[in-house]
Ligand binder design. Structure first.
Ligand code: IPE
Ligand code: IPE
Ligand code: MG
Length: 246
């Protein structure tokens, strides 16, 4: 399937697209610093990348997109930046919800509600309610998300279940924030950093990892398509052997 990038045609195999793409959106601060701007401007510009990546994933027919927007460790940042990021989510949902709804996007939140201001939770809840019957791209916002925290929360959920299920990978996975979602096939991290930063520790077990050197505010359709092509070059084995030698 030829898919047009901004100024180049990429050949993507429509039958081998990842079902679930997860993205660590990183590099906003560096993007701003390079331009002599405050970090906040990088976060602001990053929202334009969020818009374009959501739209493109929907157009391509990708089923699930999970965006890492705020980690449980990001509370360590200066209060001013934390407050800005909280407000940015509110503004983003206010501005984009109608369009996301029109595109058929169904929004979900992955993360802990602890410490998140009520106003932010309110706008997330409204977005969830408004889009809950949509049939298009399933967009998971990982907000106040930490992989270790998720595992601990899941243990609590598991222990409260009556009758207590038999412990297995699937009974445990059904207690995670991602219950019912397939594991990501592709993890993209922008800005060149080669680490997971506490993202989806359980779910990334067999994800293909593509690290893009592009800073998140510059990460648009063209670079997404490049990452998808890179994914299609990979041979996934899941611990088995290459299929031709099987
Ligand atoms: C990613 O950009 C956005 C969040 C983590 C919220 P950063 O703010 O981490 O940008 P860098 O890594 O400092 O460039
Ligand atoms: C990961 O980026 C978290 C998000 C993208 C929300 P960070 O910038 O917080 O990660 P580290 O600190 O570089 O590992
Ligand atoms: Mg960073």
């Amino acid at each position: 399937m030829p898919v047009k990038g901004q100024n180049r045609t990429f050949l993507l195999d429509a039958k081998r697209l990842p079902r679930h793409v997860a993205v660590i959106m990183d590099g906003n601060g560096r993007w701003a610093r390079k331009r002599g701007l405050p970090r906040m401007e990088g976060h602001r510009e990053g929202m334009n990348s969020v818009r374009s990546i959501i739209r493109k994933c929907g157009e391509l027919g990708i089923s699930y997109l999970t965006l890492y927007a705020f980690s449980t460790e990001n509370w360590k940042r200066p209060g001013r930046e934390v407050r800005f990021l909280m407000q940015l989510l509110i503004q983003y949902l206010k501005k984009e919800l109608t369009e996301l709804d029109r595109q058929g996007v169904r929004i979900a939140m992955l993360g802990s509600r602890e410490r998140v201001p009520t106003e932010v939770l309110g706008s997330i809840d409204q977005a969830l309610a408004q889009t809950k019957n949509n049939r298009g791209l399933k967009l998971n916002l990982a907000f106040n998300y930490g992989g270790r925290r998720e595992v601990l929360d899941a243990v609590e959920v598991f222990l409260k279940k009556r009758p207590r299920p038999v412990l297995s990978e699937s009974s445990f996975a059904s207690c995670l924030y991602t219950a019912g979602l397939p594991d990501p096939d592709l993890l993209i991290r922008t800005s060149g950093e080669m680490r997971i930063s506490n993202f989806l520790l359980w779910q990334l077990a067999y994800a293909e990892i593509v690290v893009s050197p592009v800073l998140w505010p510059d990460f648009r359709e063209r670079e997404l398509l490049r990452c998808l092509r890179e994914f299609q070059k990979r041979e996934r084995r899941f611990g088995g052997v290459k299929s031709v030698h099987a």
